[in-house]
Design a protein around this ligand. Structure first.
Ligand code: CA
Length: 608
C-alpha cells in the first residue's frame, strides 16, 4: 500500500499516530524492545497488532480504514517481560486522564477561523505569567469559564490584559499533567501542574470536557486565537526536565531507562527534586524536546517557551531548540536546577553558560534578590530601604551584560534580551508577601511604595521584563510561599482589588506604556547598552540610570527612607514617574541640575 511505501524513508519516530480516512499508521520508537504491540480500541473491541521493527528502531503498524476517535495504547516487551501499556511518548490526543492515546483527525479540532490565525507583530516584550485558575476562578472575575482555557477568550480578560499593556501571556503548565484527577473536577483541586504526563496534549482539567479528546485541543486553540486577536502572544511553560512518574509513565514504559539520567550508583538522578531528571544529551531525548516545541508552535501557534529548570538540560539541546524555532519565538528559562544534575556543570544550560546559548534567556535572580531579597531568607533589600550593595541593581538595569560601571558581578548575559528581569513569579512569595515578610511593621502605604519601586526597576531594565499576574493588583497569597497545591482561596486573584488598588494598577500600566513609548529602555544589544547606558553619581542607597541617544531618559532610584537629591545634567525634563505616580504623557516638567526624589520611590525623566 502506498502509505507504507511513503513511510519507509525518513519516518519521524515521534509521529506515533498518523491519521487519514484510509488508514491509521502507528509508529513508536523503542531501541530496548524485542517486541512492540499496539492495541486499538473501538466500539467495545480491542484489536492487538504486533508492530514491525524498521530502520532506526522505529516500530510500525497500520490499521486500514477510518479510525478517527479510537483509543490506542502501546506495549513494549523488554528484558523478558511486557511493560505496562501507555499512550506512547508523543500522543497528540488522549483519553480522560491521559491514559490512552486517541486517533485524531487534528483538522477537526481547529476552531472556526484557525486558518487565519496569525501571531501579532513582535513588540518590546513584557511577559505576564498566569495560572488559569489563579486568573479566573474567583467569582469576582465574573468569568463564564472559570479556571478554564476559555476564560482567556472572554472579553473581560482580554480587555484587561490589553489595558494593562503586556505583550506576552505566559501560561503555567498547560500540557497534560498528572496531579489532577480529570474525572473528579467537581472537587476543585488546585495544582500548578509541574508534573508532566503527556507533553504534547493540553491539560484536560482546563477544558470544558476532559472526557472528549477533541475538546481540550480545540479550546486551547480557541484561547490562542483569542489572545492573538487581542494583540497578545502566548508563551508556554514547558517542563521537559522530569516526569511525574518514572516507570509509571510512557517515557519509562516505552524505553525503560533511556530518558533518564542515573547517578554513579545506578540510581535515578534527581536534579529536578521531583524523583528523576531527563537526559537531554541523549540523541532521542534531545530530538523529542525539539520535536515537541516545534509541534506546539506549528499545531497550536504558541509564540514562546519558558523552560522549567532549564539548567538540567544541556547547552546543545537548548541551542537545538533555538535553531528549530523562528527568531521571534521567545525561549528562556530557569538557568538552574533544584539539585546538582548528573551531568557536567559546564555542559548544562545554567545561567553561567548563557553566553553559549545565544537567543535564549534566563531569569535574573541577581536583580530579584537585590530588589526584594532572596527566597532563601527573609531579609529586606533595596526596595524595602535596606542598605545593600547596589551593583546587582545596576547589573540588572544594564540587562546583565558586561558594563564598565558595574563592578563585582559575573556578566552572564551576552545580550540584554537574555536577561529576564523580574522580582516575583509563581514560585516563592508573591511581591506583597515578600515585602511584608521582610518589613512586618511597614504600613500598607509603605508596602505599596516598595512594590512600585521594585517594579520600576523591572520595567525600565534593558532586560526582558516579566511580571507575575496579580502583582499589579497587590495580590497576596497569605504568606504561602509554595502554593503549588494550595486551594483557590490562597491562589486566586481577587478582582475586587482592581477597585481597592486602582492606583497600583495604573502605575504598572503607565510603566509599561512608558517602556513602549521609549525604545531607550529596550536597546536590544550589548554594544548599544555599553555605549548609551551610564550610571552617574548618586547618593548612598540610590542608583541613577541614564540612557543617552535620540531620546535620552533617566531613572533615579531612591532606596532610602529619606528624600534624596540627585545631580542631573542641565536641561529640561518631562517627569514620567515620581513619588509613586506615573504617566506616559508626563506629570509635569522640571529643570536640572538637581532632582529631588521622595523616599522609597523612583523618578523617571525624559529630556525635552
Ligand atoms: Ca491531566
Amino acid at each position: 500500500m502506498s502509505i507504507m511505501c511513503g513511510c519507509k524513508g525518513a519516518v519521524n519516530p515521534f509521529d506515533e499516530c498518523l491519521y487519514t480516512p484510509e488508514a491509521t499508521i502507528f509508529h513508536v520508537w523503542s531501541a530496548q524492545a524485542d517486541s512492540v504491540q499496539v492495541l486499538l480500541m473501538e466500539g467495545g473491541e480491542v484489536v492487538c497488532k504486533d508492530m514491525k521493527k524498521g530502520r532506526g528502531d522505529v516500530w510500525t503498524a497500520v490499521f486500514k480504514g477510518d479510525h478517527n476517535g479510537a483509543n490506542y495504547v502501546f506495549r513494549t516487551h523488554t528484558d523478558g517481560a511486557w511493560n505496562e501499556t501507555s499512550a506512547g511518548v508523543f500522543a497528540k490526543a488522549v483519553s480522560l486522564n491521559g491514559d490512552m492515546g486517541v486517533v485524531m483527525d487534528l483538522r477537526t479540532t481547529d476552531p472556526e477561523g484557525w486558518d487565519a490565525d496569525v501571531s501579532p507583530a513582535f513588540a518590546t516584550p513584557v511577559v505576564y505569567e498566569l495560572h488559569h485558575r489563579d486568573f479566573s476562578i474567583d467569582p469576582s472575575s465574573g468569568a463564564a469559564h472559570p479556571g478554564k482555557f476559555l476564560a482567556l477568550t472572554e472579553p473581560w480578560s482580554l480587555s484587561y490584559l490589553q489595558d494593562l499593556g503586556v505583550t506576552h501571556v505566559q501560561i503555567l503548565p498547560s500540557f497534560d499533567y498528572g496531579s489532577i484527577d480529570e474525572s473528579t473536577l467537581e472537587r476543585n483541586v488546585y495544582n500548578w501542574g509541574y508534573d508532566p504526563k503527556n507533553y504534547n496534549v493540553p491539560e484536560g482539567s482546563y477544558s470544558s470536557d476532559p472526557a472528549d479528546p477533541a475538546c481540550r485541543i480545540r479550546e486551547f486553540k480557541q484561547m490562542v486565537m483569542a489572545l492573538h486577536g487581542a494583540g497578545l502572544r502566548v508563551v508556554m511553560d514547558v517542563v521537559y526536565n522530569h516526569t511525574y512518574q518514572t516507570m509509571g509513565c510512557a517515557l519509562g514504559r516505552v524505553n525503560p531507562g533511556y530518558f533518564y539520567r542515573t547517578g554513579d550508583d545506578g540510581e535515578l538522578a534527581n536534579g529536578s527534586g521531583c524523583g528523576n531528571e531527563t537526559a537531554s544529551e541523549r540523541e532521542m531525548v534531545r530530538r523529542f524536546i525539539v520535536e515537541s516545541v516545534k509541534y506546539w508552535h506549528d499545531e497550536y501557534h504558541v509564540d514562546g517557551f519558558r523552560f522549567d529548570l532549564m539548567g538540567i538540560h544541556d547547552i546543545e539541546t537548548m541551542n537545538a531548540v533555538r535553531a528549530a524555532l523562528p527568531a521571534d519565538v521567545l525561549v528562556y528559562g530557569e538557568g538552574w536546577a533544584a539539585m546538582a544534575p548528573a551531568y557536567p556543570a559546564e555542559l548544562l544550560a545554567m545561567k553561567a553558560n548563557m553566553a553559549q546559548i545565544p537567543g535564549v534567556g534566563a531569569f535574573s535572580d541577581d536583580l530579584r534578590d537585590v530588589l526584594v531579597g532572596s527566597p532563601f531568607n527573609s531579609l529586606p533589600a533595596f526596595a524595602a530601604g535596606a542598605a545593600v550593595n547596589v551593583e546587582p541593581l545596576k547589573f540588572g538595569l544594564a540587562g546583565g551584560v558586561e558594563h564598565p560601571q558595574v563592578n563585582g558581578m559575573v556578566f552572564w548575559a551576552a545580550e540584554p534580551s537574555q536577561h529576564v528581569s523580574y522580582v516575583t513569579c509563581h514560585d516563592n512569595y508573591c511581591l506583597r508577601d515578600r515585602l511584608t515578610l521582610s518589613c512586618p511593621k511597614a504600613t500598607e502605604a509603605e508596602l505599596l511604595r516598595m512594590d512600585k519601586l521594585a517594579q520600576t526597576a523591572v520595567l525600565t531594565s534593558q532586560g526582558m521584563p516579566f511580571i507575575f499576574a496579580g502583582e499589579e493588583l497587590f495580590r497576596t497569597k497569605g504568606g504561602d510561599e509554595n502554593s503549588f497545591e494550595s486551594p483557590d482561596s490562597v491562589n486566586a486573584i481577587r478582582w475586587d482589588n482592581l477597585r481597592t488598588y486602582r492606583n497600583l494598577f495604573n502605575y504598572y500600566k503607565a510603566l509599561i506604556a512608558i517602556r513602549k513609548a521609549h525604545p531607550a529602555f529596550w536597546l536590544g544589544n550589548a554594544a548599544s547598552v555599553r555605549e548609551l547606558v551610564s550610571f552617574p553619581e548618586a547618593p548612598d542607597g540610590c542608583v541613577a540610570y541614564f540612557i543617552d541617544g535620540d531620546d535620552p531618559v533617566m531613572v533615579l532610584f531612591n532606596g532610602t527612607a529619606e528624600s534624596q537629591t540627585f545631580d542631573i545634567p542641565e536641561g529640561d525634563y518631562n517627569v514620567l514617574a515620581c513619588d509613586g505616580e506615573a504617566s506616559p504623557v508626563g506629570l509635569g516638567n522640571i529643570s536640572g541640575p538637581q532632582c529631588r526624589v521622595k523616599p522609597l520611590s523612583a523618578t523617571i525623566l525624559s529630556r525635552i
